[in-house]
Design a protein. Structure first.
Length: 366
């Protein structure tokens, strides 16, 4: 077997490129005119998918092929050419599966990237259970790494677009997001191609942060990942929203009733409420950008941008109050009641004279 580098194809993360390939792939199937062109495009997308060496992408593409084959098999049952068409589809699918398994053989082993994901997903759900209003844009990975993921390399997101959104934006946005997805999925049968493309993006988002919220909403610096990644990410997100709106419009035209909408909204609400019952474990609470954990009296820990929350949290014993990210000025508006000690890290030690009330101050240098 040969092992090649993973190609992000314009994205920062190859998994995001794979998600886009899987989303476009169903749009190339079943063309009545220029079917050869659709098949050629589908073959090119599969080749690009193999270049990303994304295990999630390979799985999603396989599920899309099976779903399309099953729908085509039922639809073509009345056609005289159905047996030969199914036989051709089986041969091509088996050949492509063999090539994919050979090409991605070294990537199919169980490693930390796979085994750690359930722990990261659980950490995201614990953060949501402890903070139903959300921990703030871009804070989920920092908090999970500092308090919930011992022995796992530091993460930036929850390795799931849906769980990251729920943990960072809270129950209102999470409820709307789940309701939108549920309503759109109700229209898959009426528009199979767009439905499969939308479903593929939903599945890709389950095990990869294909919608990287901190990057998408960083209009100034694009998350530091480059303009090309930012443009492609926005393109994929707008594609997802557009497909969803199209499918929901089809459901509304077909049913012309509000009952399915109310049922899906209720189901999304019940799901969000159920996720709040996840045991929070060591998940901290976040209030106005500050982490509050443990019981009073607590230690207030302030640090600059050269320190990480995970490093600071390990230096503080007992209850603590600390910013999620390094601070640039002393928090004069912070309520210090219940604080019996102040720890100042890095350049924040220059603020020792600003601490009032006779609270003991300790300084930690770089």
């Amino acid at each position: 077997m040969i092992e090649l580098s993973r190609y992000p194809l314009g994205f920062h993360n190859p998994n995001h490129a794979a998600a886009l390939a899987c989303a476009v792939l169903p749009l190339c199937w079943g063309w009545r005119r220029c079917a050869w062109l659709g098949n050629l495009l589908a073959g090119g997308l599969l080749a690009l998918l193999l270049l990303t060496q994304s295990r999630t992408g390979l799985l999603v593409a396989g599920l899309e092929v099976v779903a399309w084959w099953w729908g085509s098999r039922r639809g073509a049952a009345r056609s005289a050419s159905a047996p030969s068409r199914r036989r051709w589809l089986w041969i091509v699918s088996l050949a492509l599966s063999g090539v994919a398994l050979w090409w991605m053989g070294p990537r199919l082993a169980l490693d930390g990237s796979i085994l750690n994901r359930p722990k990261i997903w659980l950490a995201g759900l614990q953060l949501f259970a402890a903070n139903p209003r959300g921990v703030g844009l871009g804070n989920s990975g920092t908090l999970a790494s500092a308090f919930l993921l011992d022995g796992i390399p530091e993460v930036r997101t929850m390795i799931s677009a849906h769980i990251t959104l729920l943990a960072e934006f809270g129950w209102i946005v999470g409820w709307a997001w789940l309701a939108f997805i549920g309503l759109a999925l109700c229209g898959v049968r009426e528009c199979p191609r767009i439905g499969l493309a939308f479903t593929g993006l939903v599945l890709s988002g389950c095990s990869s942060t294909v919608f990287d919220w901190p990057v998408l909403f960083d209009f100034a610096e694009q998350g530091g990942l480059g303009m090309m990644n930012w443009v492609l990410s926005w393109g994929m997100f707008l594609m997802f929203v557009g497909f969803g709106v199209w499918l929901i419009a089809g459901v509304v035209r077909r049913t012309r009733r509000v009952l399915p909408t109310i049922a899906m909204l209720a189901l999304a609400g019940v799901t969000v409420l159920g996720l709040r019952l996840v045991p929070i474990g060591n998940a901290p609470q976040v209030c106005d950008g500050y982490v509050v954990c443990g019981e009073s009296p607590r230690t207030l820990a302030l640090y600059d941008a050269t320190w990480k929350l995970k490093t600071v949290a390990r230096r503080v014993t007992g209850g603590a109050v600390m910013p999620v990210r390094g601070v640039l000025r002393f928090p004069f508006d912070l309520d210090l009641r219940g604080v019996d000690r102040v720890l100042l890290f890095g350049t924040c030690r220059e603020w020792a004279h600003l601490v009032k009330g006779g609270v003991p101050v300790s300084c930690v240098g770089n």
